[in-house]
Design a protein around this ligand. Structure first.
Ligand code: AFP
Length: 341
């Protein structure tokens, strides 16, 4: 379980594996499993990076023609990223089960690897995949929990744990450079991939997001689906009020990992409201909202669904969707105020 507010000193340029090991040494009770898990995940990220960086060259663009559990068309690269992560992670011995945004049920660890581990991995293999064809940043988001079920294998209940029970969360963003950003509850650390040596190197130790931002991110094309509270809230961020740093600049990529990363670094608020008619959000609690909320909190920000903190939501379904307001603390407070009206 992660504790809010702990910090560690950092050395620029060390590899992600070394960073993970050095952090592990500060916890004498650690077995090394967790460090091993994160290091393997970084390797999977490198393989996905290689495929994404060649996306324009090889025949991986376009759609498979299938439709996933979310009712969306599956892109070939999503499929590939999903397969790579599953294949890379299922024989490590660290995991008892996995869950992917692209797969209906939990993914059991193959029988040929019966030693089943103590952790679960939930992931969105390639978030923002509708942007693949147009060279926009996309990413892999992940979340790690401890196994709580009693049986030898992982079970659904291992995934239906609150975000506060995450032991780690992170993302790999495939952008103008590829970066791995993760937290294990002791601050947020960013590593930039150096393709010449094939390593993620610490470039952004102890990332902190400003208390108040200057960017608002929302798909305004959906404004016909908003309720009055959301309309007023967005108007507030756009209002001219120089003394209070408004209007904010509008920035929306449509790739959550990229919108989140920019706002984390520069300061801002990302909003994906629920549909006024159905009351449903679009983004997935386990693969998107909860991991990013842990990172955001560790960086000094916060995240809510509406009245509830994202990390306090008890999941009821593997593919549960939630509204999401995530970013700088003061801006999330502003959202809370408008949503509470
Ligand atoms: P895709 O993975 O299908 O591109 O969806 C991306 C996403 O889940 C998230 O990354 C974006 O923030 C959000 O959807 C964009 O949704 P809208 O297109 O409705 O704005």
């Amino acid at each position: 379980m992660y504790r809010r507010g702990c910090k560690m000193p950092e050395r620029l340029g060390i590899t992600v594996s070394k960073h993970i090991l050095e952090t592990q040494r500060k916890f004498p009770e650690a077995t090394g499993d967790f460090s091993g898990l994160l290091s393997e995940l970084a390797v999977a990220g490198k393989v996905v990076h290689r495929a994404v960086s060649k996306a324009g060259l090889v025949d991986v663009l376009g759609k498979t023609g299938e439709v996933n559990i979310q009712g969306e068309e599956v892109q070939k690269l999503d499929d590939f990223a999903n397969t790579i992560i599953v294949q890379k992670m299922d024989h490590t011995g660290y995991l008892c089960a996995m869950a992917s945004e692209e797969v209906d049920d939990i993914i059991e660890i193959a029988d040929k690897h019966p030693q089943g581990g103590r952790y679960t991995l939930a992931f969105d293999p390639l978030d923002g995949s509708s942007n693949i064809d147009v060279n926009v940043s996309i990413g892999t988001i992940f979340s790690v929990h401890r196994k709580i079920s009693k049986g030898p294998k992982g079970a659904l209940e291992d995934f239906l744990q609150k975000g506060t029970e995450q032991v780690a969360a992170g993302y790999i963003i495939y952008g103008s450079s590829t970066m791995l950003v993760y937290t294990a509850g002791h601050g947020v650390h960013g590593f930039t991939f150096d393709p010449s040596i094939g390593e993620f190197l610490l470039s952004h130790p102890n990332i902190k997001t400003p208390d108040k931002g200057s960017i608002y991110s929302i798909n305004e094309g959906h404004s016909y689906k908003w309720d009055e509270r959301v309309r007023k809230m967005v108007d507030h961020f756009k209002e001219h009020d120089k003394d209070n740093g408004r209007p904010y600049s509008g920035r929306y990529i449509g790739s959550l990992v990229a919108d989140f990363h920019r706002n984390l670094m520069k300061g801002g608020i990302f909003m994906y409201p629920s549909d006024a008619k159905t009351g449903e959000g679009k983004l997935r609690l386990l693969y998107e909202a909860a991991p990013l909320a842990m990172i955001c909190e560790q960086a000094g920000g916060s995240a809510i669904a509406e009245s509830e903190n994202i990390l306090d939501i008890e999941p009821t379904d593997l593919h549960q969707r939630v509204p999401l307001y995530i970013g700088c603390k003061e801006d999330v407070e502003t959202c809370k105020r408008f949503l509470g009206e």
